[in-house]
Every structure is written in structure tokens, then in C-alpha cells.
Design a protein around this ligand. Structure first.
Ligand code: NCD
Length: 333
């Protein structure tokens, strides 16, 4: 299947000294590639994935047999609704099939099998594997042991690259651009893995970032140090201080399950809540995003406003993952 492509302006990090560029043209290779961290991707590559996702919009409705006979395995050692079902739905819409497990209780991990062995077994069953694991570094380790491509579906509090890709795709779709936007990442910036991947990716664009969190949940140092070299970041405690200035408000859940001490969670629980009153001070075209699940950080009354785009993100996740699977499995170049 061939798709027409729109010409793009040159990405800002293009450099002839980068070994990935041959005579000034970036050599992009997605086939068989692991998707572990967005630090491993250039802006051109991310833009290319977003372009591919948009090409998948009509295909997602009409269905296709592009990945017929291909098998996706989803190994979820942590709870999930969206990521696992979204990958499976993406695979089915492209004519492929999906196998897997959700929860260690029903897998051989319960019998003491280690991740390396699990990967060496599952690579026989599938052409691509999505892994979600509570331990940081687990996805990279899994990729080292599997001969088929591995996609990180969430590695502890570390990263969640495909969520960030669908977040970027949503911003692009809703705003028509990413460059030039003011974007606030709000809530649990310490334990929330989606904001880590998103911050890495946004640092490749010309954006102003606001990090809004309680002191205890400030952005992980390794992430903020890496991105502050590239873009302007302002840290705030109060959502009220940024609400009038932002184009994108990215809310996150306080990650209760990742706090070593429940007493600390209780101190920051309910720190932020977007409601109609807060939105009175927002820009008319400001969009509210959230990776979901939400707990109490967005009042249900916000769902019916023009700002709410978090359920659209769910659809966008399907097309983004369709594009990614087609690229990784070498069916789209
Ligand atoms: C997120 C996750 O699992 O990291 N959810 C998701 O994948 N869409 C966010 C969260 O759990 O709060």
C-alpha cells in the first residue's frame, strides 16, 4: 500500500554532522525497530510517525489487510485498559491478530519465570511484542532478549512513549501545529511516566513548557535537566497561575500506587482540579488533554466543553499505534 506524503519543513535539529544523515537527508528506518524511549527518536522521525498516523485515519474506519498474518503479543505485567486494547484494536483494524496476557496472576511469571525467558518464548509466537512492566528499564531489557521488535507500553514510572506519540498527534490534529504553543504538564510529574516521554518529545519542538506540580512531585531531575538544555521551562505550584496563558493543558493522575509512603500521597492527593470555574480564565481555544484514567483532577462537567479532548485522544491512540505497527513491521516505508 502506498500513501501520498505532504512535504515538511526541515526539522530544527537537522545536522549534517549527525551520523543518521546521509548527504543532509535523514535516513529513517523504522522496520524492526524497538520503541523504548522517545529519547531514541529525532524530531523528523516523530513527525514521520505523526504523518503516518494521519494516513491511518480513513483506514481505521474502513479496515485493511496490510498486516494480515502478522501477530502482536501484549505482555502486561501491570494493569491497563487503554494501552492494551488500543494496540489490539489497531492490529485488528490492519488485518493482523493479537495474543497476550494482562496480569502476572495468569502467566508463568507467577511460577517464577524471569522476563528474559518470557521474551525468548514469546518471540516465537509473535512478530512484535508490547510490554508493560512495573520496573524501570524492563522494556529495554525485554528488547535485548527478543529477536522481534519490542514496544514499551509503560515501564514503571519511567516512560510511556506511545502515549506521548498519541498526545503529540492530538495536539497536531487539534491545533494544526506544535511549534509556538504554550503547554502545561500538570500533576504528578515525578511518578507519571506519560509526562516524561511527552517532555522529551516536546523538547524537540519550539514550545514553552510549564511544569505545574506540588513540590514533592516536581519533574524528575534527569528529564528536566535533559530538556532544559533545549527549551524554555517554567515551574509552578498553582494551576491558576498558568491557566490564562496556555494552549494545551495536559492533566495527569497522582500515581497513588507508586508512592513509597501512603502518607505522602495523602498530602498531595487532590492538588489540582479542572472545573468550569477554572476554565472561565482559560483561552477560548485551549485544549485539555489527559492520558486517562482520571480520578478527580478533571470534573465531569468539563467533558461537555469545547476544551475537553481527552476522549478524542483515545481514538487518536488507535491511529497512532496503527501507523507505528505498520512502520515497525515494514509495511509502510
Ligand atoms: C497512563 C499510564 O498507564 O501510565 N495511562 C495510560 O496508559 N493511558 C496514565 C495513568 O495510569 O495515570
Amino acid at each position: 500500500m502506498t500513501f501520498p506524503r505532504c512535504p515538511r519543513t526541515k526539522a530544527k535539529e537537522l545536522s549534517t554532522t549527525n551520523p543518521c544523515f546521509v548527504f543532509g537527508v535523514q535516513k529513517m528506518e523504522f522496520k524492526e525497530r524497538d520503541i523504548i524511549s522517545l529519547r531514541d527518536f529525532s524530531r523528523s522521525e516523530i513527525d514521520y510517525i505523526l504523518d503516518t498516523a494521519s494516513l491511518m485515519e480513513p483506514v481505521a474506519h474502513s479496515r485493511s489487510d496490510l498486516l494480515r498474518s502478522k501477530i502482536l503479543a501484549t505482555l502486561f505485567f501491570e494493569p491497563s485498559t487503554r494501552t492494551r486494547l488500543s494496540f489490539e484494536s489497531a492490529m485488528h483494524r490492519l488485518g493482523g491478530s493479537a495474543i497476550g496476557f494482562a496480569g502476572v496472576e495468569i502467566s508463568s511469571v507467577k511460577k517464577g519465570e524471569n522476563l528474559a525467558d518470557t521474551m525468548r518464548v514469546v518471540e516465537n509466537y509473535a512478530d512484535v511484542i508490547v510490554v508493560r512492566h512495573p520496573l524501570e528499564g524492563a522494556a529495554r531489557l525485554a528488547a535485548e532478549f527478543a529477536s522481534v521488535p519490542v514496544i514499551n507500553g509503560g515501564s514503571g514510572a519511567e516512560e510511556h512513549p506511545t502515549q506521548a506519540l498519541l498526545d503529540l498527534y492530538t495536539i497536531m490534529k487539534e491545533k494544526g501545529k506544535i511549534d509556538g504553543l504554550n503547554i502545561a504538564l500538570v500533576g504528578d510529574l515525578r511518578y507519571g511516566r506519560t509526562v516524561h516521554s511527552l517532555a522529551y518529545a516536546l523538547s524537540l519542538y519550539d514550545v514553552n513548557l510549564f511544569f505545574v506540580s506540588p513540590e514533592m512531585l516536581r519533574m524528575r531531575r534527569e528529564v528536566s535537566e535533559a530538556i532544559k538544555e533545549k527549551i524554555c521551562v517554567t515551574e509552578k505550584d498553582r494551576l491558576e497561575d498558568v491557566i490564562g496563558d496556555v494552549d494545551v493543558l495536559y492533566m495527569t493522575r497522582i500515581q497513588k500506587e507508586r508512592f513509597p509512603e501512603i502518607a505522602d500521597y495523602v498530602k498531595v492527593k487532590g492538588s489540582y482540579r479542572v472545573d468550569l470555574k477554572l476554565l472561565e480564565n482559560a483561552r477560548g481555544n485551549m485544549i485539555v488533554l489527559h492520558p486517562l484514567p482520571r480520578v478527580e483532577e478533571i470534573a465531569p462537567e468539563v467533558d461537555d466543553t469545547v476544551h475537553a479532548k481527552y476522549f478524542q485522544q483515545v481514538w487518536n491512540g488507535i491511529v497512532t499505534r496503527m501507523g507505528l505497527l505498520a512502520l515497525i513491521l515494514g509495511k509502510i516505508k
